[in-house]
Ligand binder design. Structure first.
Ligand code: HEC
Ligand code: HEC
Length: 291
């Protein structure tokens, strides 16, 4: 090293380098910065030694602690699966759906599991959260049930489905009153007017009066005398403002009476495990507050 040289103008030390008579002032790094830098190198070296770090042609250094994120994830997953298996076994063994509903711990698990099953298998038709879809896919989050809303009713609907090839599926077919000429066009208009009157929307009392007789003769057997519906026949309530098909307008009602649409739902008995069916049933039941 050359001996220290002080710049006469600024009074600062120079580096001793000189270009055409110009000298560079020496600004050493602040020591706090330098020591932090050395410390971080030290930490890096310790980290390389302990943890997996340095890439190599066929992998990387493993570090003397032998830590692996994948292994620790596997560990967490194993623990979670074991915890789930316990719950699934309890759900399988519960004497009834009501017993699952009554056990707060099991109910919580069933609801979370049921929501997952629902989102994967049911939401495509019934909407997220059972909000329903237009065109015959009923809302499951209200207290209006076509086939009954008790835990056991819902379990039956889920297991066997509706109007499918399962021998125990829910059946019932509304006649084609129009296309099979059971009723005339004026009778269909009258009975539609009467159905409107059930939710206080009729504007033609004379027609509704004539429709009342048509209804009593042709519809009441399934839909009930006052159109309140019969869950054992899957005949929906016509007196509420909830409609499977269309908007409940006179035209929509006439279309249904002329040539009814019949909703079909697959059976889930063969597709979902026993525990999955129980969980999704408990979940659907809880969406509406449950009957
Ligand atoms: C392919 C479409 C489709 C899928 C998928 C589907 N459903 Fe349905 N579901 C329907 C239709 C359509 C109806 C109404 C049938 C009718 O008109 O009676 C229905 C009716 C129901 C009912 C009876 C509602 C009531 O008011 O009584 C329940 C409960 C139900 N579904 C639950 C489920 C559950 C739980 C799943 C998933 C495991 C599921 N559904 C998957 C189409 C579907
Ligand atoms: C054999 C039983 C049966 C008879 C008789 C019957 N229905 Fe129905 N009706 C049903 C069923 C079952 C459904 C539900 C269809 C579905 O779930 O897809 C239904 C659905 C309806 C709907 C659609 C409801 C909605 O929410 O969109 C209307 C409207 C209706 N019926 C009116 C009538 C009228 C009016 C008559 C008499 C002229 C009649 N039904 C006779 C069984 C019947």
């Amino acid at each position: 090293m050359t001996k220290r040289e002080i710049d006469s103008i600024s009074g600062q030390e120079t580096t001793g380098h000189e270009w055409d008579g110009i000298k560079e002032l020496n600004h050493p790094l602040p020591s706090w910065w330098l020591y932090t830098f050395y410390a971080s190198i030290l930490v890096a070296v310790i980290y390389w030694v302990l943890m997996p770090a340095i890439p190599w042609f066929n992998g990387h250094s493993n570090g003397i602690l032998g830590y692996s994120q994948r292994a620790s994830l596997d560990h967490v997953m194993e623990a979670a699966t074991a915890a789930q298996a316990q719950y699934i076994a309890r759900i399988d063994q519960a004497p009834s759906l009501a017993a699952i509903r009554a056990d707060a711990d099991l109910f919580n698990f069933a609801q979370a599991g049921g929501r997952a099953v629902f989102n994967e298998n049911c939401a495509a038709c019934h909407g997220l959260g059972g909000s329903g879809r237009p065109g015959g896919f009923p809302t499951l989050a209200d207290d209006d049930w076509i086939w009954g809303g008790t835990l056991d009713d819902i379990a039956q609907t889920v297991r066997h489905g509706i109007r499918n090839a399962d021998p125990d599926s829910r059946q019932s077919v509304m006649p084609n009153f129009g296309t099979d000429s059971i009723l005339t066009a004026p009778q269909i208009a009258d009975v539609a007017e009467f159905v409107l009157s059930l939710s206080n929307r009729s504007t033609d009392t004379a027609a509704a009066g004539r429709g009342k007789t048509v209804f009593a003769d042709n519809c009441a057997a399934c839909h009930g005398d006052n159109g309140q519906g019969k869950p054992e026949l899957g005949a929906p309530n016509l007196a509420d403002a909830i409609w499977l098909y269309g908007d409940g307008s006179k035209l929509a009602i006439m279309a249904q009476v002329t040539k009814p649409k019949m909703g079909v739902m697959p059976a889930w008995g063969g597709r979902l495990s026993e525990a999955q069916q129980r969980m999704v049933t408990v979940y659907v039941h809880s969406l509406s507050g449950g009957q």
